[in-house]
Design a protein around this ligand. Structure first.
Ligand SMILES: *Cc1c(COP(=O)(O)O)cnc(C)c1O
Length: 359
């Protein structure tokens, strides 16, 4: 594996090298069984142990108290856009959503198919470049839906509103990036492929007491209770993604946990944003520092006509994956947990040399 590529991909994103190595070896010979992880029964005791530890470690990292259940489901975070209202939205009630970007908009659309939705705050008026604040949360909502990190536009909630209403949060792109008291929420979900593992598994943590209240006749595969009862193995779970998520969580735990991760992530994002703000060749798309994502930093060239020159410089330096999302343009540097500080320093050097050559 070449160590010279600095992988800033927005998703699927970078994973720790040692996790990839352990995962690769488990594909050949898992647990000294002389069998691949990919060719053993999910009901084998070896895989049951993987699933159990993966559920436990996630609960530990999120600080979840008793009453929470952790699942690994297929269908991506996008299936949760549907499963959340399907399991929580009542016929006569409504759900409250905060619209902070493309993903939140998709979540809202799915909920609207199943029932009533009130969008109680939105940053759409300014291209989703900020986090809305000071909105009222209706106390009679079935739930409130938030997106903790807006992967595409590069905003992140640094704190969360308080409410009696169950809070559902899409943490797909900043799960395990900082210590968070999971108990302030009632349901947390995250697609694995941004910050945990390969595409194919979605972490869902849910407080069991919020379930079973809609009166809806439930399809088994879309019913959290069915998956809980089956220990997240109602049907064949995504065995390989679950295993890699487990390896990543062990890596986090063994290196100092989420406080360590948060410090590392802060160091990286501060280093990059400082350069974006200092360097006259660049401008951040998210103006307020407190709204800027530590995971995805979005920026534009102040002289867009120099795009080819800048692209040549970063490609030459071994940087990969910083082209911006098609909805935003410009650049997006995704600095997920596994990205080393060294990668960010390399990008900053490139930005400085761009200024020296073309400024
Ligand atoms: C990537 C992403 C999704 C969609 O995830 P899929 O697993 O592709 O369905 C949803 N929400 C957020 C915040 C994301 O970053």
């Amino acid at each position: 594996m070449s160590s010279k590529v600095y992988n800033f991909s927005a998703g699927p994103g970078i994973l720790p090298t040692e996790v990839l190595q352990q995962a690769a070896s488990a594909c050949i010979n898992f647990d000294d069984l002389s069998l691949s992880l990919l060719e053993i029964s999910h009901r084998s005791k070896n895989f049951e142990a993987v699933m159990e530890e993966a559920r436990e470690l996630a609960a530990q990292l999120l600080g979840l108290s008793a009453g929470w259940k952790v699942l690994y489901l297929g269908g991506g975070a996008s299936l949760q856009f549907a499963m959340v209202p399907y399991n929580l939205l009542t016929n006569d009630g409504f759900a409250a959503y905060v619209n902070t970007g493309v993903w939140a908009t998709k979540a809202i659309k799915e909920a609207q198919v199943l029932g009533n939705v009130k969008v109680i705050a939105s940053s759409e008026d300014n291209k989703f470049s900020y986090i809305p604040r000071g909105y009222e949360i209706p106390t009679d909502a079935d739930y409130l839906h938030l997106t903790s990190n807006n992967t595409i536009f590069g905003t992140q909630m640094k704190s969360f509103p308080k409410s009696e209403v169950p809070i559902v949060v899409d943490m797909s792109s900043d799960i395990f990036s900082r210590p968070i008291d999971g108990n302030q929420f009632s349901l947390i979900y995250a697609g694995a492929q941004k910050n945990m593992g390969p595409a194919g598994a979605t972490l869902v943590a849910v407080r069991e007491d919020i379930l079973g209240k809609t009166g809806r006749k439930m399809l088994a595969m879309l019913d959290y209770k069915v998956h809980i009862k089956g220990g997240s193995m109602y049907n064949t779970p995504p065995v390989f993604p679950v295993y890699v998520c487990l390896l990543t969580m062990r890596w986090l735990r063994d290196n100092g946990g989420l406080p360590w991760m948060a410090q590392r992530n802060k160091e990286k994002s501060e280093c990059l944003y400082a350069e974006i703000d200092r360097n006259p060749m660049f401008v951040a798309t998210v103006p307020k520092a407190e709204d800027r994502s530590d995971m995805n930093a979005c920026f534009l060239l102040t002289k867009p006509e120099l795009e080819n020159e800048f692209n040549a410089l970063w490609k030459d330096a071994g940087i990969s994956g910083i082209t911006g999302h098609r909805d935003v343009g410009g650049y997006r540097a995704s600095m997920y947990n596994a990205l080393p500080l060294d990668a960010v320093k390399t990008l900053v050097e490139v930005m400085k040399s761009f200024e020296q050559k073309f400024g």
